[in-house]
Design a protein around this ligand. Structure first.
Ligand code: 5MM
Length: 341
């Protein structure tokens, strides 16, 4: 079991490959579909995700695993093939979001605790039987006046660690995702300080819950200023500060770090990853586990129309290829323009 966990964790961060986060809950996918004028029915959600998983070039070459939502893990493609089988046929690992979302934390205004531990051992067993080989749990830490509090960070880190231990016990690789949000007007240095505290606490709790670091993947935010900050940061500054905080907090036993995009533009998320990998000398693999930064372009191209499926698949393949290049430190803005053309 331990060997399988380690092998699957390494596969998830294999050179030039990254993870597609397609685990939008029903409420979140509705928001995404609203933006492109598509009704969020079960059939439309299936058609859209089937389109992604049938993007053979992208799936075989650039995607190591796909994070699914419970509904998708159980769905069948239009020809009756389970969606999970499409992912496996492409050589990628199916994964599952197992948290039950971030809920208000009592007596901590503006802060949340991610729920979903009750009954998780049983759900993980079923998910493994359905084909899931890794899972994801996202803790959300917001930065604003007076927050985050130490209590909220500790509670979320402990839940992440308990989830990770339950996953490993069930033979499932945990993606540990403590996300410091980029909403707000805070500086890049405030993001650095909060991210550092959150990561230190997360690894402290992972240690206490006896989580095997070789059999997990970390999914952190990058160190960036708040979206509304008056002073924004260069690509180089983001890369240097993100790598610095990670080197200070993430043990070398962790096989890989797969970033979330967090609301960055598609190209920013790619450029930041590329700049970090180009720095070199890193003890872990760096790659992507993007939701929006991989899906915004295909969603727009698709817009719910069957005649747009090929264009949507081309848009997804292009973004996946650009991020694959970035994960190898081989991306450039010129290449982005040339390939897009
Ligand atoms: C795909 O989006 C996930 C959100 O799910 P909820 O519906 O539960 O909010 C999210 O956790 C995602 O996996 C990560 O935030 C990475 O996605 P981005 O868009 O930040 O790259």
């Amino acid at each position: 079991m331990t060997a399988e966990l380690d092998t699957n964790a390494q596969k998830m961060v294999a050179n030039g490959k990254g993870i597609l986060a397609a685990d939008e809950s029903t409420a979140t996918i509705k928001k995404r579909f609203d933006a492109i004028g598509v009704e969020s029915t079960e059939a439309n959600r299936r058609d859209y995700r089937e389109l992604l998983f049938r993007s053979t070039e992208a799936m075989q070459n650039y995607i190591s695993g796909v994070i699914l939502y419970d509904e998708t893990l159980r769905q069948k493609a239009s020809d009756g093939t389970p969606l999970v089988a499409l992912i496996e046929q492409a050589g990628a690992l199916p994964g599952i979001k197992v948290d039950a979302g971030a809920k208000p934390l009592p007596f901590c205004p503006g802060e949340t605790i991610t729920e979903g531990l009750d009954g998780l051992a049983g759900r993980l067993k079923e998910y493994r039987d359905l084909g899931a080989r890794f899972a994801k749990w996202r803790a959300v830490i917001d930065i604003a006046a007076g927050i985050p509090s130490r209590g909220a960070i500790e509670a979320n880190a402990q839940a992440l660690a308990r989830y990770a231990a339950l996953c490993q016990e069930a033979g499932i690789v945990p993606i540990v995702e403590p996300e410091v949000l980029m909403d707000g007007d805070h500086s890049i240095d405030r993001c650095y300080a909060v991210t550092e505290f959150v990561l230190k606490e997360t690894f402290h709790q992972l240690y206490h819950q006896r989580v095997r670091l070789e059999g997990m993947v970390l999914k952190p935010n990058m160190v960036v200023p708040g979206k509304k900050a008056t002073v924004q940061a260069s690509v180089e500054e983001v890369a240097l500060k993100t790598v610095r905080v990670l080197k200070n907090c993430v043990p070398a036993a962790v096989p890989g770090i797969a970033f979330l995009s967090g609301g960055q533009s598609d190209e920013e998320a790619t450029a930041h990853l590329d700049a970090m990998v180009k720095l070199g000398g890193l003890p872990w693999a760096l790659t992507y586990s993007y939701g929006r930064a991989l899906q915004a372009a295909p969603q727009k191209a698709w817009s719910g129309k069957v005649e747009n499926v090929a264009a949507a698949q081309a848009a997804f393949t292009h973004r996946a290829e650009m991020n694959s290049l970035a994960a190898q430190g081989l991306w450039s803005p010129e290449q982005e323009a040339r390939k897009a053309a």
